[in-house]
Design a protein around this ligand. Structure first.
Ligand code: FES
Length: 109
C-alpha cells in the first residue's frame, strides 16, 4: 500500500527501513522522502511509522507514551494527601491555609 504518492513510499518500505535501523520519523523522511514534498501524507505516514515501529521493536508510540504519562500523573495525584483528608479539613489546599502546616498537622517553622 502506498502511503506517499509523491515519493512512491509503501508500508513495506517503511517496515524495511525500521528493520534496518530507522528509529525516528525524521530519519524515515530523510531516507525515503516521505512527507517532504506536498506533505499531505504526513499525519497518516507518521501514525503508520509509529505503529510499525511498535510492532517491530516494542517502542511506545507517542499516543501510548502520552496515555502512560497521564495515568502516572493520575496515580501520583491520587496518592497526594489533600487538606480535606486531614484533621483541619480546610478547603483550598495547604497553600491557602492561614496557619500553613504539614499534613500531619505540625506547623512549619
Ligand atoms: S504524498 Fe507524501 S509528500 Fe506528497
Amino acid at each position: 500500500m502506498y502511503i506517499c504518492s509523491c515519493h512512491a513510499v509503501t508500508d513495506g518500505a517503511v517496515r524495511a527501513a525500521i528493520k534496518s535501523g530507522t528509529k525516528t520519523f525524521a530519519e524515515l523522511a530523510k531516507l525515503t522522502g516521505v512527507a517532504t514534498q506536498c506533505g499531505i501524507c504526513g499525519r497518516q505516514a507518521k501514525a503508520l511509522f509509529y505503529q510499525i515501529l511498535h510492532e517491530e521493536t516494542g517502542v511506545e508510540t507517542p499516543p501510548q507514551r502520552e496515555a502512560r504519562r497521564l495515568a502516572e500523573a493520575a496515580d501520583a495525584a491520587a496518592q497526594t494527601p489533600s487538606c480535606a483528608a486531614t484533621p483541619c479539613g480546610r478547603a483550598g489546599g495547604c497553600q491557602g491555609c492561614p496557619s500553613f502546616h504539614t499534613h500531619d498537622d505540625k506547623p512549619i517553622e
